[in-house]
Design a binder for this molecule. Sequence first.
Ligand code: DP6
Length: 359
Amino acid sequence: MNTSDFKCKSTINFPNEGEITWESPSNIALIKYWGKKPVQIPTNPSISLTLNDCSTTTKLRFKRADSPKINLSLGGVENTSFLKKIHAFIDRIEPYCPFIKNYSLFIETENTFPHSSGIASSASGFSALALCIVSIEKDLMNYSDDFFFQKASFISRLGSGSACRSLYGPIAVWGNHSCYKNSNDEYAVPFYDAHEIFNNYQDTILIVDKGKKQVSSSVGHQLMNDHPFADSRFKQANQNIEKIKNILIEGNLPAFNELVEKEALSLHAMMMTSNPYFMLFKANTINIINKVWDKRNSSSLPMSITLDAGANVHLLYPEKYKNEITGFIREELIGYCENQQYICDKVGNGPLMKKEHYA
Ligand code: DP6
């Protein structure tokens, strides 16, 4: 597939107005994307588990207008702070979806996870919006389902890199690597070959810090440009994504736990050695990690931690240990969580269309 294949070449016969609703999930990377080139091209491939319950539902109403406007509401409240990002996104996708500039857009979006839980909503948010926008052209252009999701992933990527992986469950790969068929830097592809144990793998998100991060992911990605360890990190990520393929196929949990934790700590090591350096860990991030490691050593429960660009800890484990591990969380980890808050999620199957209407 070529970038120009994603250009919608027609603007005729488009509806005057309509309304589309999609629900799209968040995802948690196992092999991390950290570093990018213009425009939103990753410096290394990444792979993620698609979540089930942490999602964004976006209703897009659109109406033909001579001087189009964009209106955004988040959880029922008009929001102007994200509006600048949405305008930049619409400008960026215009070459691929030129019809979008003919419409006034009314975007109503809601997250299932608490607004201030420290969980990034860019992956679920941009993927839900991209799905709504590409839906407008899908039937007119006779897209197959495969192409529709490829284009939605491509468009999501232009909003937020990790968003392009939310299009596919249970597992998605983004970034070119010879080990993964059809993998490429422009859009994500599904990975269906994993052992069935991963189909309902659990992710309990321990909320350590609900506040806004001091350093955004965009700034963190930029700092990889002249990072002293950048080349080694990109090489390591390429090796790790190759290693994890067989681990996922075989369901080799000890190897999975080791590799996933190595990746999470490598990501944060990059932050701590950037120029300027920064640290998104909080004391309770480390307290939780140590407790998990102690418990794993003494019980051999197959669980591992991973982190995104924040202080919250994702605890990953197979469904059959759910009762035991939930008991451990309640007894030993909850005290380290802000307001004792944690979110129980699991691997899911990707986005769901809720409603579609054109006039
Ligand atoms: C640490 O996708 O949020 O979660 O492309 O600038 O929007 P932008 O960055 P973003 O970065 C995610 C980084 C990560 C790792 C990952 O999800 O792979």
